[in-house]
Design a protein around this ligand. Structure first.
Ligand code: PEP
Ligand code: MG
Length: 755
């Protein structure tokens, strides 16, 4: 049965349209189950009725021509009840609806299974038999299992199929959903970029003339290197240095010790230069793609990008010309250099079939403030020169939209521009509420593109510097010197303001290529402080690097991630003291004094919330990691799209936890901030302020808009709403309540942007 199931799903998957897939499906099922008739009914997305999508056994003329409401017929009942219905004789069932055009008079036995994707009924799968009999348990479970497996396939191909017949129904306003890689709205024509010769197209060819091939490769390498350097120089004024580091990664890849050396070795073995590039690229791409860390997996794209560039130069291909004055760049895989090639004034948005929010293209897009959608399952050739609306908040893409949708988005775009300029204006103003409460605005830094130099002066310091990325960019643990140079840069950038550096938080979904951790449950495993305490040699080197970087600046604060017990803090304190004594001694010999940095812990593991008094005695500050706290409190993997709806930092339990922390912080007089995503969300920020949080740490993009919100609200008013919020049963209701308040304050546009 398993084999049959798999075969059917595979065949359906191979079909090139939804219609063809459904036609294959019904024939297959009828054959495998040996029934007299099989049909599939799909729900019309906007109008919410079932239509016959395919049948093997009913009248073909009825396909696409009958409508069944959810409250009609036995098919409607399956959809309504969201469960299988097995009837020996459907014709005597009170809900049986006679439709002459389907010609089902001969059929009596009926088995229907709902096709449900993410709680939404997409359709009903039905098998029928002439004789009156109940279907047996095996038949029922086969159909139910098949319907569950098909739900994904149908949901996916519905979004693809939509493009094949746009505007089929004028009343039906539909969009395609992807991953919002960078927020904002863009309206422009699509410029689809498809490489003329891809790596996959390169044939394996050998050469007799190794010297000539080596010299061809050298020249292509020089051109590619120059191009990447030129791109970095061109973007220098527009991008923060952390984002520009992406181009360093590319240059690093082209270096002798990396790709180039290996490509040359292949040429020396007798391969033509193009083949050598392909072989090396394939190997690297396979290695990166197999990694479980999403950041590192994305490096497969970078490898392809760099190698594609080499191929283009080896073959002598011209870069594509960009026709329109304003365009949305669309490609199978938008890469960082593809993006950098388009002048910023032309580039309005990005749509990429492959990639995620971790892709370098998405990171660059965020740094440039350009809306981007990633992971869009669509046949991009069909988009060429079509007008697109890209909604980088909701992740939706509209192709050749109707006038009404266009008008609505044009209005939103104008509003967004206006709001943006108002928010920019208020960047310099103090973050003080209408009733005079000052909020400290701190930055989350360290993730490639998140440190915008221009914003430094408007933030009160760094609330979270994630140190993982420097560790991910090297091929072995970085040395104390390498680390301290990097840390010094950041401490200097924010000199005279506190900079909170978090010790290494790898494990979970963050892996180091040179230190693989293989575990069944990585988020519950060897992560953060657990790992570094087991390796004091790694921990001490990092602490010493931080301390050394702080000599003469003294603005360092150290923070420990994933604390779940007191002994972890005690052990870490001992090691930090040991490192400090050593570095301070060296500093003293140079006539300098190294102040002992303040020490803090992240509150992100629920157990920490029950030992707050003990923690208060041991550390100077707490910082709430609301991302992990939500994940662990609600037992929901923060990276699993299947349960993304359950991950909710507004859940009443999370709110109670946050309230408990701030109450305890006041009682024990410990400074507390919040550095999870919640602080940068307008609704999250106002809830936190209502609770009494006065230190919020967020990425650069959010600083302006949260400052804007702060300046428009009054804590006393927020507290009254919070009291009502505590009575509510769901995160959704809490959000709605605070959203109403923000709307009254004229901040409705921001709430939309925040969700
Ligand atoms: C958090 O968990 O909220 C947090 C800020 O840390 P990270 O997202 O790096 O795990
Ligand atoms: Mg965390």
């Amino acid at each position: 049965m398993l084999t049959q199931l798999r075969e059917i799903v595979e065949k359906v998957n191979q079909a090139d349209s939804l219609e063809a897939a459904m036609a294959v499906l019904v024939v297959q099922i009828r054959d495998v189950m040996q029934v007299d008739c099989c049909s599939v009914y799909l729900v019309h997305d906007a109008l919410n009725y079932f239509t016959l999508a395919a049948t093997d056994g009913l009248a073909q003329g009825a396909v696409g021509n009958i409508h069944i409401e959810f409250n009609e017929g036995v098919v409607g009942l399956v959809g309504q009840k969201e469960e299988p219905i097995n009837l020996a004789d459907a014709q005597v069932h009170p809900r049986f609806k006679y439709l002459a055009e389907v010609q089902e008079d001969d059929y009596r036995a009926f088995l229907g299974a709902p096709i449900i994707h993410q709680r939404k009924v997409l359709g009903v799968l039905v098998v029928q038999q002439r004789c009156a009999r109940e279907f047996d348990k095996n038949e029922e479970s086969f159909l139910v299992t098949l319907a569950a497996q098909l739900a994904n396939v149908i949901a996916h191909s519905q979004s693809k199929g939509f493009l094949a017949a746009p505007n089929r129904n004028k009343k039906n306003i539909r969009s395609i959903k992807g991953i919002a890689g960078s927020s904002g709205i863009a309206i422009a024509k699509a410029q689809v970029i498809t490489p003329q010769v891809t790596l996959e197209m390169i044939q394996t060819e050998h050469t007799e003339d190794v010297t000539a091939e080596l010299s061809r490769f050298k020249s292509a390498l020089a051109k590619s290197t120059d191009e990447i350097k030129a791109l970095a120089i061109r973007l220098k004024g527009q991008l923060p240095s952390e984002a520009l580091a992406i181009f360093d990664v590319y240059l690093h890849m082209l270096a002798e010790a990396s790709l180039s050396g290996e490509i040359k070795a292949q040429i020396k073995q007798g391969y033509r230069a193009t083949t050598a590039v392909k072989l090396v690229a394939e190997r690297y791409v396979a290695q990166f793609s197999a990694m479980s860390d999403p950041y590192l997996r994305e490096r497969a794209t970078d490898t392809k990008d760099v190698c594609q560039r080499l191929i283009n130069h080896l073959i002598g291909l011209e870069p594509p010309s960009l026709l329109a004055d304003e365009l949305i760049l669309v490609a199978e895989e938008v890469t960082a250099t593809m993006l950098a090639n388009v002048p910023k004034e032309k580039l309005k948005g990005i749509v990429s079939v492959k990639g995620s929010a971790n892709s370098h293209a998405a990171i660059l897009a965020r740094a440039l403030g350009i809306p981007a959608l990633m992971g869009m399952a669509l046949p991009i050739e069909k988009l060429s020169h079509s007008l697109l609306i890209l909604d980088g908040y909701s992740g939706e893409l509209y192709v050749s939209p109707e006038q009404a949708v266009l008008l609505e988005y044009q209005g939103l775009l104008a509003e967004e521009k206006q709001l943006d300029s108002i928010m920019r204006d208020c960047l310099e103003a103090p973050a003080v509420t209408k009733d005079g409460v000052k909020i400290e605005m701190l930055l989350n830094a360290g993730l490639s593109a998140d440190t915008e130099i221009a914003i430094n002066e408007f933030a009160d310091g760094v609330g979270l510097y994630r140190t993982e990325v420097p560790f991910m960019l090297t091929e072995s643990f970085p040395t104390e010197l390498e680390q301290s140079e990097r840390y010094r840069g950041i401490l200097q950038t924010y000199a005279a303001k506190p900079v909170t550096m978090r010790t290494l938080d790898v494990g979970g979904d963050k892996q180091l290529p040179y230190f693989p951790i293989i575990e069944e449950n990585p988020f519950l495993g060897w992560r953060g402080i657990r790992l570094t305490l087991d390796h004091p040699e790694i921990f001490l080197v990092q602490i010493k690097a931080m301390l050394r970087a702080s000599i003469g600046l003294n603005n360092l604060q150290i923070m420990l991630p994933m604390i779940s017990g007191i002994t972890e803090v005690d052990d870490a304190v001992r090691l930090i003291h040991q490192a400090w004594s050593e570095i301070n001694e060296q500093a003293r010999m140079q006539g300098q004094h190294l102040r002992k940095p303040k020490l803090g812990v992240m509150l992100e593991v629920p157990s920490a919330l029950y030992i707050l008094p003990q923690l208060a005695k041991r550390v100077d500050f707490w910082s709430v990691g609301s991302n992990d706290l939500t994940q662990y409190l609600l037992a929901v993997d923060r990276n699993n799209p299947q349960v993304a709806d359950i991950f909710d930092s507004f859940h009443p339990a999370v709110l109670q936890a946050l309230q408990h922390i701030i109450t305890q912080a006041k009682q024990h007089q410990v400074s507390v901030s919040l550095c999870g995503e919640l602080a940068g969300d307008p609704l999250g920020a106002v809830i936190l302020m209502a609770m009494g949080y006065t230190k919020l740490s967020m990425n650069t993009y959010n600083i302006a808009r949260i400052k804007f919100v702060i300046r428009h609200v009054a804590i006393a008013e927020l507290q009254a709403i919070l009291a009502q919020a505590y009575e509510l049963d769901s995160g959704k209701a809490v959000r709605q309540l605070f959203a109403q308040y923000l709307e009254q304050k004229g901040l409705g546009g921001l709430v939309r942007a925040g969700k």
